[in-house]
Design a protein around this ligand. Structure first.
Ligand code: MV4
Length: 446
């Protein structure tokens, strides 16, 4: 096991990593920007180091600043959390060159899977179902048109370096496809420095279901079931739950096995998520997220496996602490994301001082947050300020606990997404489990 690790992140996930490391008996170094100076979660670290100004480009995203801090603090490993440098293969490679373990997959695995057209090819080669589309990158618009005519319109052009909904364009006919192809290439070039694009048949309002996997350096990979992530607005997830109301036992088993095949083919070490689109009884691989995700707690709640501890263990070379055939799932868990945003102002960030804070409690409730009454939400970062996670014996019980917890939650001084979340959990289609990625657009005038 490592003696000392550096947490290259901020906010609730930095706190989550500090707690896991401390329970493992690992010393911790927290880095912070000037925007987070004095934040109380930093007191939980054994050492803290300022890595630069509030703007993330010069602090949490600065490879030289973080590597310097890691060298000064003499750590064995760096945990990148999510966002920031967590999926940056160049950062993982720099860690290796500096003799610091990166807590995540190898830079080679990150590059292989980070290229989406490549990940599709790998999936296909290992009998993981993919959305009908091109074999790898498109050479020109003629190839796009030829493929689109094979399986019919509408189609979606995607940037191979994109993901999470960035760099996509729908086309309904040959003419719009030629435009979409050129626009997508130009956009991808300027956004990602990589003009590569591929094409898929466009699925109309699929469900978004992902499988949690974790692999060790001894060749074992297990899956920990799915998370249903279809409740989202403009690619920002608002609520996640497990199990998914949409999966049968047969689909769950097949998706889990498919995710493991893909992870093994990529020599995956660490925690990761294999994303699928689901339509009826069909599922299609879309991409891999090579990091711990915001919504990991719901998987922890139903499996009783601490994903952060497991991540640190496998990065240090230890074996996974559990085998696939011993994984059990209990009850139902739901997470809602509480953002410092104003739903009445198109979800504009709402930073400022929290004047009053009363958190819900009681059976079945977990809150992952770094905030409290008197905390000032800085304007420089993502607006996620807390995750409310509930667990119950079944879906209906979990929903009741979530309603109750959201009603108890008081956060004053800033605007939050709590009022919207209260409406979502009472929506009759949500309560029935009858929803897909079109749910928010259909029922909420946002
Ligand atoms: C799609 C799709 C429909 N058809 N691919 C958006 C995020 C990125 N990870 C993939 N995305 C989609 N890919 C095909 N072939 C619809 C989406 C999509 C979506 C996916 C997951 C969660 C929310 C979404 C919202 C809109 C569109």
């Amino acid at each position: 096991m490592f003696q000392r690790i550096l947490v290259a992140n901020r906010g609730e996930i930095a706190l989550r990593i500090l707690r896991a490391a401390t329970e493992l008996g690992v010393e911790t170094v927290a880095v912070y920007s000037m925007g987070d100076e004095g934040a109380p979660y930093l007191d939980l670290a054994d050492e803290t180091i300022c890595i630069g100004p509030a703007a993330s480009g010069a602090s949490y995203l600065s490879i030289p600043s973080i590597i310097s801090a890691a060298e000064v603090a003499d750590v064995d490993a760096i945990h990148p959390g999510y966002g920031f440098l967590s999926e940056n293969a160049a950062f993982a490679e720099t860690c290796r060159e500096s003799n610091i373990e990166f807590i995540g997959p190898s830079h080679e695995t990150m590059r292989l899977l980070g290229d989406k057209a490549n990940a599709r090819k790998l999936a296909q080669a290992h009998k993981v179902p993919i959305v009908p589309g091109s074999d790898g990158l498109l050479k020109d618009e003629k190839e796009a048109v030829k493929i689109a005519e094979e399986f019919g319109y509408p189609v979606l052009i995607k940037a191979t370096a994109g993901g999470g909904g960035r760099g996509m364009r729908v086309a309904h006919n040959d003419m719009s496809l030629v435009n979409a192809f050129h626009q997508a290439r130009a956009e991808a070039q300027s956004a990602f420095g990589d003009a590569g694009v591929y094409v898929e048949k466009y699925l109309d309002n699929p469900r978004h279901v992902e499988i949690q996997i974790i692999g060790d350096s001894h060749g074992s990979v297990i899956h920990l079931g799915e998370r249903e992530c279809s409740v989202q607005r403009r690619h920002q997830k608002l609520l996640e739950e497990t199990p998914s109301p949409a999966l049968t036992r047969d689909m769950r088993k097949k998706m889990g096995q498919a995710a493991i095949r893909l992870a093994k083919a990529a020599k995956y070490v660490g925690a990761g998520t294999v994303e699928f689109l689901v339509e009826g009884k069909h599922f299609y691989f879309i991409e891999v997220n090579a990091r711990i995700q915001v919504e990991h707690p719901i998987t922890e709640m139903v499996t009783s496996i601490d994903l952060l501890k497991e991540q640190i263990r496998v990065a240090s070379g230890e074996k996974l602490s559990i085998e696939q055939n011993r994984v059990r799932w209990h009850g139902h868990s739901i997470e809602v994301r509480i953002n410092a945003e104003d739903p009445n102002k198109d979800f504009a960030p709402s930073p400022g001082t929290i004047s009053r804070y009363i958190a819900p409690g009681g059976p079945g409730i977990r809150i992952d947050t770094h905030i409290f009454g008197g905390y000032r939400v800085p304007p420089h970062y993502d607006s996620l300020i807390a995750k409310l996670i509930v667990h119950g014996p079944d879906r209906q019980a979990a929903i009741r606990t979530l309603e109750r917890a959201l009603d108890e939650y008081v956060i004053e001084g800033i605007k939050t997404t709590i009022p919207l979340l209260r409406e979502i959990v009472r929506n009759s289609y949500f309560v029935k489990g009858d929803y897909n990625t079109g749910f928010i657009d259909e029922f909420f005038q946002l």
